[in-house]
Write a protein of this length. Structure first.
Ligand SMILES: Nc1ncnc2c1ncn2[C@@H]1O[C@H](COP(=O)(O)OP(=O)(O)OP(=O)(O)O)[C@@H](O)[C@H]1O
Length: 285
């Protein structure tokens, strides 16, 4: 059961960019419960989740289908409201913020990478990368932008439109777009889900580099043990609870852990930390 901070200690002192000098925790959930519907159709998607996301680290969220991964990510990112509990991003409690404040916080502090690349087809790669800042009326930090473009290996593709780029290159543009505004934290929802394994590996390598070389904090939902193997830490969800975690994961170890969800495990009726087979055993109340 994961209720404590990530077991990594403080981020490296050499981290540059967004991590500089701030707290070791980029985001946290405290006793977060999220229920959809009411009465007989009520579904508890998250059940009293406590978690700290370490700054300057790469965290993967895994678990069986319906275990609450997307819900946790959406709640952490302020894209969905919680039923009870608190979410904090960069020291600001976002639960309870008004819509306008939340929109501003998301714009200023959070980057997103989705499974569909969500690039504008009429803009070239560079214009797509700077679009969120253009909309916000912020001038890009040119030195940072150059570093980001270099890190994701796009320097010779900046004038290309999305249709002139491979899927992997398009997702690298989306990664650069998320990094460009120096967000407090980047959330990725199956960022390699639409890519072949080679392009996926490229994107994961760049996500890894953005953590190691730029000090970025990344949280990624994935079904893929290979993708999770790029992370520093994997959180395993089942039945709306964090039931396990793994530091310095290998894809084999993650796969082995995931297979145990499919195998006959003791169904959870009891306290947090019990292992369950996932969606089929979801409680309704
Ligand atoms: N908008 C919604 N309305 C009602 N129930 C929902 C809604 N969104 C999610 N749920 C339910 O909440 C539970 C958790 O869903 P969630 O999408 O977070 O799981 P997941 O682990 O991301 O699943 P998957 O791996 O299949 O994407 C599921 O039982 C799902 O049916």
């Amino acid at each position: 059961m994961t209720t404590a901070a990530a077991p990594f200690g403080s981020p490296a002192a050499t981290l540059a960019g967004p991590a500089g000098g701030a707290s070791a925790i980029a985001a946290s959930a405290r006793q977060v419960t999220k229920a959809y519907g009411s009465g007989e159709t009520r579904v508890t998607a998250l059940d009293q989740v406590d978690v700290d996301i370490a700054r300057g680290r790469f965290t993967a969220i895994m678990g069986p289908s319906g275990s609450g991964k997307s819900t946790l990510m959406h709640c952490l990112a302020g894209l969905d409201s919680v039923t009870s509990g608190q979410i904090t991003i960069g020291g600001t409690e976002i639960t309870g913020l008004k819509d306008k404040q939340l929109t501003k916080l998301r714009r200023d502090k959070i980057g997103f990478i989705f499974q569909a690349f969500n690039l504008l087809p009429t803009l070239n790669a560079l214009e797509n990368i700077t679009l969120p800042m253009d909309i916000a009326g912020r001038r890009p930090d040119q030195a940072w932008l150059d570093q980001v473009v270099e890190t994701v290996g796009l320097a010779d593709r900046l004038k290309h439109r999305p249709t002139q780029l491979s899927g992997g290159q398009q997702q690298r543009v989306a990664v650069a777009r998320a990094l460009a505004a120096k967000p407090e934290i980047i959330f990725g929802d199956e960022p390699t889900g639409n890519l072949d394994s080679r392009s996926g590996a490229e994107v994961l390598t760049f996500l890894r580099r953005s953590v190691d070389e730029l000090g970025q904090t990344i949280v990624m939902v994935t079904h893929d043990p290979v993708a999770a193997g790029y992370a520093d830490r994997v959180l395993f969800l089942a039945d709306g609870r964090i039931v396990d975690e793994m530091a310095n994961p290998t894809s084999d170890a993650v796969l082995e852990r995931m297979l145990r969800f499919s195998a006959a495990e003791t169904p959870a009726a009891g306290p947090a930390g019990s292992l369950t087979p996932g969606a089929d055993s979801r409680r309704t109340s």
